[in-house]
Design a protein around this ligand. Structure first.
Ligand SMILES: [Zn+2]
Length: 754
């Protein structure tokens, strides 16, 4: 392979083991890293891919209690189901050790119930505690009294009540689904236990440890700044939002028995465990360590049981392994703020330092921070959000029972929610498979294979003797250009763009064969004419295009690529072929005399919709949601025509935004957020309060009296305990300059901006 091999760690978000994966998860978290890992291997890099089932936390205990089984039963069941489904989808979790040897990495889909994971988490907990990164605080938590006199603390998910904001009766413990506001559980009115609504619940004090994220504010800002040109805009924006709010300590322990117990002596810690966020996120590192403790790795990797360090530590020259994290947008701050803060805390503790020394960014010998977090937006289902809890979903395991995994991989890749939400619906799925994938790629390949079988055969097939080695220069140049486009897109994690470029090779193939019309020259007499020779030389180049396609399509559609590889008479596995082999025009031609079957099967929409109906009614009797799973765009938003990278807004949508002129009459510091001001605005009406993250850029005196433009109809939302009623417009150059939008001259407050 072509490179010496950079160490690349592919980190895949850990799925909760409380239900089967759905297509939204696949598009957002599980397919993109597999494409990337396959590509990185093909270009010769040393790739270790890590993930596993997240098996602790309340979503799992809630499911278990509702089904009347043990949490362990739930996680055992869904770990297996999801691990199997991912393999069936072609995700490269097997083999665990790269075929080139352990020095080249491998993959491990682990689980957080692994005792080795628990041990590392406990060790890390103690290291961080000792270095002073935890503070102990007394908090209030609901406690449910049982009839026998004892009881248990209730996590927020176990509490329901009346929303303190809008009065909705079935508000959740920390959030109201009706008005969207968030609050502390103890602010709920008429609180009750979700599982035992009739039991008595009371508020009790309980002690917990909190991680001092505030100590990392500065280094995380530096880190985010250094990623300005690497991160996507959604990653930058969400990270900035967190950092602008000012980081505060975050609970790392909770009252719950399902999880990793605290590694501390003393009755006061009984019944408490490590918060699931704190341990699951460490899985990226524990999984690598567990991978490298396997016999096969220990005995064959040059670093033995320390093999994992090759993917985690910055070496003596400052060379960093490249860490890529794949996840959905809801998880961004965990991976750009919280996880880096834990890594830097561990580096600090490992160096024997405590919090009396300021934390610094990692250097040689330290654990590395992420290089990129190519987070995805959401894949929607027929216009609505996929939801495990509301059962509005197409489940991966049942999808794979009926469909070819490569068709799903194609559809989700060409429709990947890279820059904005995209939509899954059955008519579109059928359309894209039949009229794009099969019409362009499948048909081209089939043409080359069937026309070849009608030509005279030699030892190396029909095409070898027809090829004119010096010919086809223009075609070669075209494919070389496409190859470099695909490579460049994949290096930037632009999967959709890369697949579109790959499809261009098939379209190009169809074009040149169409104009060469080789079917006119299949008879022995025609073959020897000059026109015949030229036309058949072009046809023979079709074989090379097929080989090109097999190699570049492999990261996207591994099964059909391998099938094509075999059909061409090539040996071994296409997944082990170097990336630049695709444009090696000197490879001797080969052939497979077996009759070639089409790469893909055409889909029939009416059959699918019928099948889906039966699938839905057998799985769920919830009539309310049935129509949404069947497909079609019923009730769904129509997608606008879009240009890549631009999310167009309908004019009507823009007109919904009410911009008005206001005058700042008073400014105070936000009591709970370091970077926010609480601004009182004369809005021409009764006045309003806006929380604004502009403290770094303006003093109170500068602001008071300023005429500004604000969004008047933004839904009020609580920001750290104060409800913000709108937003002031400001310009941000991305380099630390922020200026409020003001009005040129005098005009009354409340005037409309348009
Ligand atoms: Zn509410």
């Amino acid at each position: 392979m072509e490179q010496d091999g950079e160490h690349v760690l592919i980190c895949v978000a850990w799925p909760y083991a409380n239900g089967p994966l759905h297509l939204g998860h696949v598009a957002g978290c599980y397919l993109p890293p597999d494409i990337q890992a396959r590509f990185e291997r093909a270009i010769g890099n040393r790739v270790l891919m890590v993930s596993g089932s997240d098996e602790h936390g309340t979503p799992i205990t809630v499911t278990a209690e509702q089904e009347g089984v043990k949490p362990q039963d739930i996680v055992d069941k869904f770990h297996q189901i999801n691990a199997d489904a991912l393999l069936k989808l072609g995700c490269s979790w097997e083999p665990k050790v790269d075929s080139r040897g352990a020095d080249y990495g491998g993959a491990l889909f682990n689980r957080t119930s692994d005792e080795r994971h628990k041990k590392i988490v406990k060790d890390n907990f103690l290291k961080l505690l000792e270095a002073g990164f935890f503070e102990r605080k007394t908090t209030q938590q609901y406690f449910e009294l049982s009839s026998s006199g004892d009881g248990r603390f209730l996590p927020d998910r176990y509490v329901e009540g009346t929303c303190p904001n809008c009065g909705y009766d079935d508000a959740r413990g920390d959030q109201c689904d009706e008005c969207g506001s968030t609050y502390e559980a103890i602010e709920l009115k008429n609180p009750r236990s979700k599982m035992n609504p009739d039991s008595t619940i009371e508020v009790r004090d309980t002690d917990h440890f909190f991680y001092r994220l505030d100590l990392f504010q500065k280094v995380l800002e530096q880190h985010a700044m250094s990623k300005e040109k690497v991160w996507k805009s959604n990653v930058k924006a969400m990270t900035k939002q967190w950092l602008d709010m000012g980081l505060r300590s975050r609970a790392v322990t909770r009252d719950l028995s399902w999880g990793i117990p605290l590694p501390l002596d003393g009755d006061e810690w009984l019944g408490k465990c490590v918060y699931v966020w704190f341990e699951a996120v460490q899985g990226y590192s524990t999984c690598a360590q567990i991978w490298s403790s396997q016999e096969e790795v220990v005995s064959s990797h040059s670093m033995g049981p320390n093999a994992w360090k090759a993917w985690w530590e910055i070496d003596g020259n400052g060379t960093k392994p490249r860490h890529l994290y794949f996840l959905g947008k809801d998880n961004i701050p965990f991976h750009t703020v919280i996880w880096p803060a834990l890594i830097m805390g561990l580096n600090h503790a490992n160096a024997g330092l405590d919090i009396s020394t300021p934390v610094t960014l990692p250097g040689p010998g330290d654990l590395a921070l992420e290089h990129n977090v190519p987070a995805m937006e959401y894949l929607m289902l027929a216009g609505g959000q996929f939801s495990k809890s509301r059962k509005h979903a197409v489940w991966l395991p049942s999808f794979l029972e009926s469909f070819d995994p490569d068709t799903l991989r194609y559809y989700l890749s060409i429709n990947m929610p890279e820059n904005h939400d995209t939509d899954f619906n059955w008519p579109d799925f059928v359309e894209k498979i039949n009229s794009e994938l099969i019409a362009a790629y499948g048909n081209f390949v089939h043409r080359i294979l069937t026309l070849g079988s009608r030509l005279p055969q030699s030892v190396n097939g029909p095409y070898e003797r027809l090829e004119i080695q010096e010919g086809n220069i223009e075609h070669k140049a075209k494919l070389e250009q496409i190859h470099s486009e695909i490579t460049s897109s994949l290096n930037k994690h632009r999967f959709k763009e890369a697949l579109r470029s790959s499809m261009k090779a098939a379209q190009y193939g169809n074009q040149i064969i169409q104009s060469a019309a080789p079917w006119k020259f299949l008879s022995p007499e025609a073959q020897i004419t000059d026109d015949g020779k030229e036309s058949l030389a072009t046809l023979s180049f079709g074989w090379r295009i097929c080989r090109f396609l097999s190699i570049v399509m492999q990261p996207f559609m591994p099964f059909s690529s391998q099938k094509l590889w075999n059909n061409l008479g090539q040996d071994g596995y296409v997944s082990e072929v170097g990336w630049s082999e695709a444009i090696n025009w000197d490879t001797p031609m080969t052939w497979n005399t077996d009759k070639a079957e089409p790469l893909f099967k055409r889909l029939d929409l009416s059959e699918i919709l019928e099948h889906e109906k039966s699938l839905v009614s057998s799985e769920s009797d919830d009539e309310k949601h049935n129509h949404t799973v069947k497909g079609g765009k019923k009730g769904g938003k129509k997608m606008s025509k879009e240009v890549e990278g631009i999310k167009y807004l309908e004019f009507d949508d823009f007109m919904k935004v009410e911009l008005k002129v206001g005058k700042i009459i008073n400014v105070e510091e936000h009591p709970n957020a370091d970077k926010l001001y609480v601004v009182k605005l004369d809005d021409g009406n009764n006045g309003r309060t806006i929380c604004a993250g502009i403290k770094e850029f303006y003093s109170v005196d500068q602001l008071v009296g300023m005429t500004v433009v604000f969004v008047a109809n933004l839904k009020p939302r609580p920001l750290r305990g104060i409800t913000s009623e709108g937003m002031m417009l400001a310009a941000d150059d991305g380099n630390g300059q922020v200026k409020l939008v003001t009005i040129d001259g005098e005009i009354g407050t409340g005037s409309t901006v348009r």
